[in-house]
Design a protein around this ligand. Structure first.
Ligand code: NAP
Length: 501
């Protein structure tokens, strides 16, 4: 069985303890093992701080952008192998695996392009300078410089390629070295990416490290110049945020957590219209893509009482034609959940929702693998606004006239979507729910190749308040701010003007 080692302090190293075994979730066949026990994490962080940081800070934004382009090119050259690993270790269909790997490459290339625009600078000049006193000589100017620590990235299991790339692209462009920790259960894709980058010597020494296996004391070793970006469950996020050194040293933390994303079908939308068909397509895509294991997937489907039965029977019809099974088979449209514990949690979660099952079944599959059918819950109880079921599960909620109070009961979300052509309705609802979200998706049938609300684009911010973790990533150049320290320069204008070049 393959042993997945970590890449720390410029070398590959395996842990000593009992390893965690990584499986193919469709067959339960063991694929690899990993352990991080006994690895020198303190040394690895110091190595990144002392080698990778200075090397990256010596480069201009344009030069760092060239590194991102080189990472993207190296991944592109091995795309087929990465897709195979996503299918085998992640339970992804080929299309799901492409969503992850191609999304990763596109995000790296987007940040490489942003780097071109930032040019030959090594830090950012923030806004115009200001005159501070009577004399024009007394001057102030903000600049943003790379922090001198390590950017530690802890990722969830569902996007091993994209999760790695969307965080690493921004940190490396800002000039911070990265230590990336993929979720152990699906780490084979991220591990292969690291192997490719090491083999091809794409990055300076210490610029990128990979920890495979449990995080051990990693979080407790971070200090004031480090940053920690976490994606995963709200519970783990809260534990990380409350670690004593994180509080004491004011370690900058970004949390991307759970979300009860809603999709609202406006009362103006008639059945069979283009808008109606788009809405159905987006709901079914979000329920089944990656077997619903997407933080941005539509969980709550809000429709007016008049059209409720019609939407229900159309969704049931669309879901009926969909083949669930081993994603290595070509006609399979939805694979299994990632692990046995994800399956157990999803089953528990569906019970908690307390609605009727309009589609799907909780009966176990007659063969191995962590399978569940898509589940459409009709008219669930209040738990639907409190509990995220991380699987191919959505709930249909009929409403009387105003859907906004229902949407905001999610207590902070990554994205909610509105499907309507009534401009006044769109404006009112969008602005009412906006403070509770990181993104509002306005569905429109005339947008060609619309990716739906579930796709995170690097141009727009990803994150959300409250339950979603209160974090923010990406958003083009906005994402750099997390890795940079803004500092005000105050003094003589000619000195400051020279300093900022
Ligand atoms: P998880 O159990 O919280 O694990 C996430 C990551 O944290 C994994 O790498 C895990 O490592 C690590 N971890 C676990 N305990 C830790 C600790 N005490 N200290 C430091 N790291 C620790 O979440 P998950 O089950 O992988 O992911 C599913 C959840 O993530 C869902 O709730 C979903 O909504 C959320 N999610 C959110 C987003 C977003 O962008 N907002 C994206 C994807 C997923 P091990 O794997 O080694 O245990």
């Amino acid at each position: 069985m393959l042993e997945l080692r970590s890449y720390l302090s410029g070398q590959w190293a395996g842990g000593s303890g009992a390893p965690q075994v990584l499986l193919n979730p469709a067959t339960e066949e063991p694929l690899a093992r990993a352990s991080s026990e006994g690895l020198d994490l303190r040394g690895a962080l110091d190595y990144a701080r002392s080698k990778g940081g200075p090397a990256l800070r010596a480069l201009t934004f344009a030069e760092r952008g060239a590194l991102l382009k080189a990472i993207a090119d190296a991944m592109q050259a091995e795309r087929d192998r990465l897709l195979e690993l996503g299918i085998a270790n992640g339970g992804n269909t080929r299309s799901d695996a492409k969503f992850d790997v191609d999304g990763a490459i596109a995000t790296l290339l987007h940040y490489a392009e942003i780097a071109g625009g930032l040019g030959a600078r090594k830090f950012l000049v923030d806004g115009e300078g200001v005159q501070l006193g009577r004399s024009a000589r007394f001057h102030g100017q903000h600049i943003s410089v790379p922090r001198q620590g390590v950017a530690v990235h802890i990722n969830a299991f569902n996007f091993p390629a994209w999760g790695f790339a969307e965080k690493a692209a921004v940190a490396l462009l800002a000039g911070m070295p990265v230590l990336s920790k993929p979720a152990t259960s699906s780490a084979m894709v991220a591990h292969r990416i690291m192997e490719i980058l090491v083999e091809k010597k794409v990055l300076p020494e210490g610029a990128l490290s990979l920890l495979v296996g449990s995080p051990g004391p990693l979080v407790s070793l971070l200090g004031a110049q480090d940053v920690l970006a976490f994606t995963g469950s709200g519970d783990t996020g809260a534990r990380i945020r409350s670690a004593p050194n994180i509080i004491r040293e004011s370690v900058r933390v970004n949390v991307e957590a759970d979300s009860l994303n809603a999709a609202v079908l406006g009362a103006d939308v008639e059945a069979r219209s283009d808008m109606y068909e788009l809405f159905l397509k987006d709901v079914v895509r979000d329920m089944t893509q990656k077997a619903g294991q997407k933080c941005t997937a539509i969980r709550r489907v809000l429709v007016s009482k008049q059209i409720h039965e019609e939407v229900k029977s159309d969704l049931v019809e669309l879901l009926s034609g969909l083949k669930v099974g081993n994603p290595a088979e070509e006609d399979v449209r939805m694979g299994p959940l990632a692990t046995a514990s994800q399956l157990a949690e999803a089953r528990d979660g569906i019970e908690k929702l307390q609605g009727t099952l309009a589609f799907g079944s909780l009966s176990p599959f007659p063969h191995k693998g962590f399978f569940i059918t898509p589940i459409l819950v009709d008219s669930p109880g209040d738990a639907v606004h409190e509990h995220e079921v991380f699987g191919p599960v959505a709930s249909l909620l009929p409403f009387n006239d105003n859907s906004a109070p229902l949407v905001v009961r999610g207590n902070g979300g990554l994205v909610s979507s509105i499907y309507s052509q009534d401009q006044a309705f769109i404006e009112q609802l969008a602005l009412e729910i906006a403070p509770h979200h990181g993104r509002i998706f306005l569905g429109h049938p005339k947008i060609e190749l619309s990716p739906g609300p579930g796709t995170v684009l690097p141009q727009l911010v990803h994150g959300g308040p409250g339950r979603a973790g209160g974090g923010e990533e990406l958003g083009g150049a906005r994402g750099l701010a997390f890795y940079l320290q803004r500092v005000a320069l105050e003094g003589s204008r000619p000195v400051i003007t020279k300093l900022i070049g």
